[in-house]
Design a protein around this ligand. Sequence first.
Ligand code: CTP
Length: 490
Amino acid sequence: MAARRPRIVPAPERISGRVVRALRRRKALWRFLDEFCRAVEKRGGKPYLVGGFVRDLVEGHPVKDIDLMVAGVAFGELGNLLRSLPAKPLGIRRVVPAGKAFPVYKLRADWAEEEVDIALARTDHLTGGGRTGFDPCAMDRDAREDAGRRDFTINSLMLALRTERGRVTGAVVDYFGGLDDLRKRRIRGVGNPHDRFREDPLRILRAIRQKNERRGYAIERNTWAALRRAAPERLRGVPGERVAAELVRSLSSNPRGTVEDLRRAGILRLMLPEVPSGSRRPDRLLRRYALLEKSLGRPLPETPLLANLLADVALAECADRIRNASRGKPPGWKPSKSDPLFRLPRTEAAARRLHLPGVRPVLRMLEDLARLLHIRLLKNPNARIEAVFRRWKKPVHLVSFHEAVCSAGGIETIDFRPILKTAARRPPLLSGQDLLRLGIPPSPWMDGILEDVREATLTGAVDTRKEATDLALSIIRTTKAYPSPRKGVR
Ligand code: CTP
């Protein structure tokens, strides 16, 4: 019995027309597609533009990532075909095969920011050889099968390319209702969503990310149920870097929406077991994001964006460290400058476990937050505040983060701006060089002396260079630990 021709759902002409016109405007890309399409057809195959590229073109969004799929040509032949194209006139720089489970050619070209992926249709019979020979029915079936293995309907849209009266043109093909879902702003798994998440659990986070990247989008009910069911068991198997990449993209696009989705899907407590979902901490996390967006705008800079995710972990760790360090100490105890009270190894471990990018600045922001929240515990609070903010190229990020944490946590906030203004008005009166000139030998205490003098300058206790010098010398005389200045210097 002859195989039944699969049902092709052609998109309305006006949609295909709009997509093709948008493509034609990208002249260099269009020139390549023209040559490529002819070459594929000459070998009895059929080329398609696929994936997010087509989705974004239909939505009228700017697109960068280009994916092509070819039906009816073997993988080796596809390589020969690509290498036979006139490289220079088409702006092709390089073509290399890649991928194990799904072989693909990676093409670098002048007209594409990122590598262009050119793959065979993903079908059951795909073994790297592909099915060859001109059989339009089989090719359409392969295309449908390929679309059926994609994650979400909006990503299963294809643009079938063909030459018509000597000109290349294209038609949007919609096997799974992707156009309707674009219209309804809906992320829906292709076919049975359980299968889609089972095939590739990274799709759990792709669904959340793609929803949060698109204003007004929702995850369709069955897809959401499948996602929630798959998450606890399947996410563990996904490489950390890939999880982090999706997480960061989603958070940057919509931090509150992302946290809400992660929480409702039970993923937040898997990622951050230190932030129990049942407590009020997720609410505080959301509230802090709202405050940060108000002060720093959207998208949030990456360091406060990610530091905020870990703020509760950092605050709990810092509180533990202070409790342990102060145990048995007299009232009014102040930690020494070298006390590693604000090192947060537990928080660092969480950041590394999540494979967050920029762990160092994120951790520094959390440690500085901890210092600022406990600034009254420290010996020279004004000088320490100045030192903390001096380290940051954009101190406003830390100011906003601190304010958000205080406000969301019901903690009394300190306005650091007056101190920073005073610091800017009153430059330091003494330097390390000055202490050496005074005959004070280099020692680990030098920083402490300078900090004491700086504190006195910022509080107004010291006004002139002479007063500052006198203070430094008196500190040395009265503090047993400091080495004496060389005799005869003063
Ligand atoms: N795809 C998939 N399952 C995945 C990853 C990708 O089915 N886990 C399919 C989708 O059809 C997707 C296409 O491969 O549209 C290309 O993947 P990719 O470039 O990673 O994503 P896009 O959806 O194109 O774009 P973006 O990541 O920018 O949203």
